[in-house]
Design a protein around this ligand. Structure first.
Ligand SMILES: Nc1ncnc2c1ncn2[C@@H]1O[C@H](COP(=O)(O)OP(=O)(O)OP(=O)(O)O)[C@@H](O)[C@H]1O
Length: 575
């Protein structure tokens, strides 16, 4: 499917509007033919033959036609604008829906700035094509054909002389399109890099300031800015190589008409009125030639943008999200059966190797290990953010891959290491996973997460709007709101990834005591670095480079005197 067939999919929903738009466009273009013909009549009949009585009616008709054309032009332009806006609405809708479907793998490899460039600049290039370029192409073709026909009727020899330059126009536009095509791709890529750089600097502005790296970032930005300018200049150079020629050729038509047409008038093969009428149609040949360069440029820009958008829309998520799935209740049994995993871009580094364990509803599983040992990756397999490369993750005895994915995730709540809060009220943030939860329950879970007191201490309490990344809250406060959000979902499986790392030990133990009261029927995974966070767990997994080197209860592992025991001893010493 080429880009035109693809965009047609979005336009055809407005088939009636397209038909109307084209009818209005043709009607308006047909009206253009009348005025030059009437100019010829004025010269031949009114001026030459002295039929002055014809002048006023002809002028009135010409004014009427101009007004009618203006109205028709307004109508078809607004019609095409609506068609374009509808098409782009559908494209944006599909892109956003695709974004929500794509898996972690996609986001690991795609820059936010690149996605934003597709959602904004590329969709705008497509809108411009549908709203403006399409009708201009139709209009130009219609003018050109009409001019050839009408001019041929007035004097076909003179018409042939003018049309003789069109093969040159064709060759020039072909060459221009060929040269402009790759340049528009480069502009598009450069814009995406520039966008990503800005996006990263906005998100990471605190880091840049903290490390006083502003000059370095400005220099980096200037490089990208320079690159973007350079690519645009390359595009301008292509345009400027061809556009003056196209313009010159179009302009030469006037000269050809004047010299050869004048000769025909002298020889008596044409009346002056016919030459005037002929000249009146010249712009209908001229304009398409002049416009061809610009239309080619916009079409190339459209193509480059289509390719980027289609590439994103056709990206397949390795973890497919099926729609209309049946609701299934989850008890919370979790079993890892000889699970191994590596990331798709690094098949040689096993992040998890032969992990096996079982967890039952009501149990707490502690996961301990050095940074980078694979703890987060392990729990990510439960929610199917990734699938194991070998082995199986069973939920209630069923392979996680066989669970309807939304259904699976509805029963799992995760407090992630990198807390993200939406730019919304605290109450809405807590209710994010369970929008129908009542206010009483929100306060109850906030109490368990030890968040209620500080939230109520805020001037607007639960109605306080938190910034895009929870700005305005401390790290520990964000963690506690994020914990309340997970609890509000009342999940069967609760995963806490380093959830209390930013709170003091006293608060942590308070939270743990409260948590214990509501996790009796849930399967809880606690990833932690502190033994104190996992010592009460029913099963503790000690991970080292993706391998479970020890597993058991606190007492069993201490008695064993291995890896866990040495961490325990070290932490006891620290305390
Ligand atoms: N998206 C990714 N692509 C490739 N490798 C990754 C990716 N995410 C993590 N890794 C690698 O996988 C390994 C395990 O990472 P993981 O985040 O599971 O560790 P962790 O034990 O949770 O660490 P921490 O305690 O620091 O959170 C690390 O070596 C890390 O570099």
């Amino acid at each position: 499917m080429n880009n035109f067939q693809w965009i047609w999919k979005y336009i055809k929903q407005d088939f009636n509007k397209v038909t109307w738009g084209i009818i209005l466009l043709i009607a308006s273009s047909l009206l253009i033919i009348i005025n030059p013909l009437l100019s010829g009549v004025i010269v031949d009949d009114v001026l030459t033959k002295g039929r002055h009585d014809k002048l006023v009616p002809i002028l009135l008709i010409m004014i009427g036609i101009t007004i009618l054309r203006t109205i028709l032009r307004y109508l078809y332009q607004i019609t095409f604008e609506r068609i374009g806006q509808n098409a782009i609405f559908g494209i944006r809708e599909n892109m956003f829906s695709k974004l929500t479907e794509l898996d972690f793998d996609f986001f690991n490899h795609t820059r936010v700035g690149d996605i934003m460039a597709r959602m904004t600049g590329d969709t705008e290039a497509i809108r411009h094509f549908v709203c403006w370029v399409i009708y201009n192409i139709v209009e130009c073709v219609f003018w050109f054909v009409s001019a050839v026909v009408v001019m041929g009727m007035i004097n076909w020899q003179l018409m042939l002389c003018l049309v003789a330059v069109t093969p040159l126009i064709f060759i020039l536009t072909q060459r221009m399109a060929k040269e402009a095509h790759p340049v528009f791709f480069e502009i598009r890529e450069s814009f995406s890099r520039l966008n990503s750089m800005v996006e990263e600097n906005i998100s990471g502005n605190r880091v840049v300031k903290a490390f006083s790296r502003e000059p370095f970032e400005i220099e980096k930005f200037n490089d990208r800015n320079e690159d973007y300018k350079k690519r645009n200049m390359e595009s301008a150079a292509v345009s400027m190589t061809y556009l003056p020629w196209l313009d010159g050729l179009a302009g030469s038509l006037g000269l050809i008409a004047l010299v050869i047409g004048g000769l025909f008038v002298i020889q008596g093969r044409m009346t002056i009125g016919e030459l005037v009428a002929f000249n009146g149609f010249l712009w209908m040949l001229n304009m398409p030639m002049r416009m061809s360069g610009w239309l080619i440029n916009d079409t190339q820009r459209f193509s480059a943008s289509c390719i980027k958008i289609r590439e994103m829309l056709s990206t397949r998520s390795s973890i497919a999200v099926k729609r209309g799935e049946e609701e299934q209740v989850m008890k919370g049994y979790v079993e890892f059966k000889d699970v191994s995993f590596h990331f798709s871009d690094d098949p040689d580094s096993m992040v998890l190797s032969h992990v096996s364990f079982k967890a039952e509803p009501g149990q707490t599983i502690g996961i301990l290990g050095e940074t980078g040992s694979g703890k987060t990756t392990l729990v990510n397999l439960i929610s199917r953010f990734y699938d194991p490369t070998a082995g199986q993750v069973l939920i209630d005895g069923v392979d996680a891959r066989k669970w309807p994915i939304r259904n699976l995730r509805e029963h799992i709540a995760m407090v992630m290491q990198d807390v993200f809060l939406f730019s919304n009220t605290i109450e809405d943030n807590i209710a994010f996973g369970n929008p129908y939860v009542d206010q009483g329950y929100i306060r109850q879970v906030a109490e368990i997460a030890d968040a209620n007191a500080f939230i109520e201490g805020m001037p607007q309490g639960y109605d306080t709007i938190v910034g895009e990344r929870g700005v305005g809250l401390s790290g520990g406060q964000k963690q506690r709101i994020s914990l309340a959000r997970a609890l509000a979902k009342d999940p069967s499986i609760l995963i806490l990834d380093d959830t209390t790392s930013a709170v003091d030990m006293e608060t942590e133990s308070k939270i743990q005591n409260e948590l214990g009261k509501i996790t009796r029927e849930k399967t809880t995974f606690i990833i932690a670095h502190r033994i104190s966070s996992v010592r009460e767990a029913d099963l503790i997994l000690v991970l080292d480079k993706g391998i479970v080197v020890e597993q058991g209860t606190h007492q069993e592992l201490v008695a064993k005197g291995g890896e866990y025991f040495s961490i325990y001893q070290k932490q006891l010493g620290d305390e």
